[in-house]
Ligand binder design. Structure first.
Ligand code: NAP
Length: 345
């Protein structure tokens, strides 16, 4: 099998492996697949209002928790370097979106928005997820400019700009409790802004948060504006019961109002959970409900959601795809080729 094969009924190229997505999961899968001589094709996604090639890290300025960068690394630089590393081993890249994945035929048929069709023996879905935002103009502007608005406390909370500040967390689920508790390591005070008078988070997480002397809650409150020019200075809140508006001063805003996986095109194709995340066929594997299709990164992970875990599952998906291609069938955990081509050295 080679990338130069073509489907007999047309000139559609047949790929060994097509990787959909260009975040840490996609590029890591590409590095491994390319080094395994699978000649992978990455369909990296097209720029849109919500997403750009490279994924969520393109909106993160300093990444301090990706191993190997003692001084931290800029998100855009990290993604550009991952892409270069994948290309160095021959990965080909198309800037386009996959709008349809047809698993009723083998090789699978992928339809892109602009560049026609591709056929593939295996597919790695690494389309990621996007954090949900409130949709306020200043929130978006400051989030994209590094102005103190973030949807990931673990990624950004330790940045010097947030030290000893009053920080706001919006949401009432487990993420909000976890992020608020985490932020108390750095903040002077954390205000959880929640639109109702009770949390949906699990009792133990609520207990832990409310017992923390640095955390207070603005109940029945919704954010109607984010204040500040270059950096956030405050929030305008509206009481959801009385409608009364007020302002609070904050030095950072963290959204914890859920994520949406980029899996709309997989509805009815792969098994997805209620929230739209791809369900792996078994724990610690990336294979999905359709043999030959693997998933990696945030599109299949609603729990860890870290760049480094996404990269890890990208590696797993490429190794599984390689072994599936070699055997033509899924292999058991211990049925591993003696010398996989994609070694880490
Ligand atoms: P979630 O449970 O869906 O909670 C989202 C929260 O954001 C809700 O409180 C919701 O308010 C609020 N919200 C949604 N849209 C909003 C809007 N437009 N404006 C204001 N508030 C809004 O999401 P999550 O907390 O990210 O958790 C997702 C899943 O991951 C859950 O199953 C959770 O248990 C799990 N998780 C587990 C852990 C852990 O165990 N360590 C940590 C994090 C997440 P309402 O309550 O009013 O709807």
């Amino acid at each position: 099998m080679s990338a130069s094969d073509t489907a007999s009924e047309s000139a559609t190229p047949i790929e060994n492996v097509v990787i959909i997505g260009s975040g840490p999961a996609g590029w890591t899968a590409a590095v491994y697949a390319a080094r395994a001589r699978l000649d992978p094709l990455v369909i990296e996604g097209g720029p849109s209002r919500e997403m750009i090639p490279g994924g969520q890290l393109m909106f993160t300025t300093d990444i301090e928790n990706f191993p190997g960068f003692p001084e931290g690394v800029d998100g855009q630089k990290l993604m550009a370097d991952m892409k270069l590393q994948a290309e160095r081993f021959g990965t080909r890249v198309v800037t386009d979106d996959v709008v349809e994945l047809d698993t009723s035929v083998r090789p699978f048929r992928l339809v892109t928005r602009y560049s026609g069709e591709v056929r593939a023996h295996t597919v790695i879905v690494a389309t990621g997820a996007r954090a949900n935002w409130l949709g306020l103009p200043n929130e978006e502007r400051l989030a994209h400019s590094g102005g103190g608005v973030s949807a990931c406390a673990v990624c950004d909370g330790a940045l010097p700009a947030f030290r000893d500040q009053v920080l706001a967390v919006v949401g009432g689920g487990d993420s909000a409790m976890e992020e608020a508790t985490y932020l108390t390591k750095f903040a002077r005070e954390v205000v959880i802004v929640h639109r109702r008078d009770s949390f949906r988070a699990s009792p133990i997480m609520v207990e832990r948060a409310l017992e923390n002397p640095k955390i207070r809650v603005a109940w029945n409150s919704e954010v109607v504006d984010v204040l500040g020019d270059d950096f956030i200075t405050g929030l305008r809140l509206r009481d959801t019961v009385t409608g009364e508006e007020s302002e609070i001063e904050v030095g950072g805003l963290f959204l914890a109002i859920g994520h949406t996986p980029n899996s709309a095109f997989l509805q009815g194709v792969l098994e997805l959970n209620e929230a739209g995340y791809v369900v792996p066929a078994e724990p610690w594997r990336t294979r999905t409900s359709v043999e030959g299709i693997f998933a990696a990164g945030d599109v299949m992970d609603d729990y860890f959601r870290q760049a480094v875990t996404a990269a890890g599952t990208g590696c797993m998906a490429a190794l599984e795809a390689e072994r599936w291609l070699a055997h033509g069938v899924d292999v058991e955990a211990h049925d591993i080729p003696a010398e996989p081509v994609a070694s880490e050295s």
